[in-house]
Design a protein around this ligand. Structure first.
Ligand SMILES: [Zn+2]
Length: 85
């Protein structure tokens, strides 16, 4: 039964959580109050490739927002693609 003991112990190993990762982009063009909007890759409001800058892949939208601040002083998460957060 050693093998089964081994398998049962596996169930209690701290497995890394499978968080969904998303690629984020920031709009090049400022909106109201000089704010640049941060979108996920799957957002319908995402500008085409000439109107956006890739920020990277993140688990948390907040991290993408933080990273986008290195490019623009005023950034905001898009309400449309980040509404689940
Ligand atoms: Zn969006």
């Amino acid at each position: 039964m050693a093998f089964l003991d081994f398998i049962s112990k596996l169930n209690y190993l701290p497995l890394p959580p499978k968080e969904p990762m998303f690629r984020f982009y920031v709009e090049k063009k400022a909106r109201l109050n000089d704010t640049h909007i941060v979108h996920r890759v799957n957002c319908e409001l995402l500008p085409d490739i000439s109107g956006r800058i890739e920020i990277g892949v993140f688990i948390e939208p907040d991290l993408a927002e933080f990273k986008a601040r290195e490019l623009f002083p005023l950034v905001k998460l898009c309400k449309y693609c980040n509404k689940d957060q």
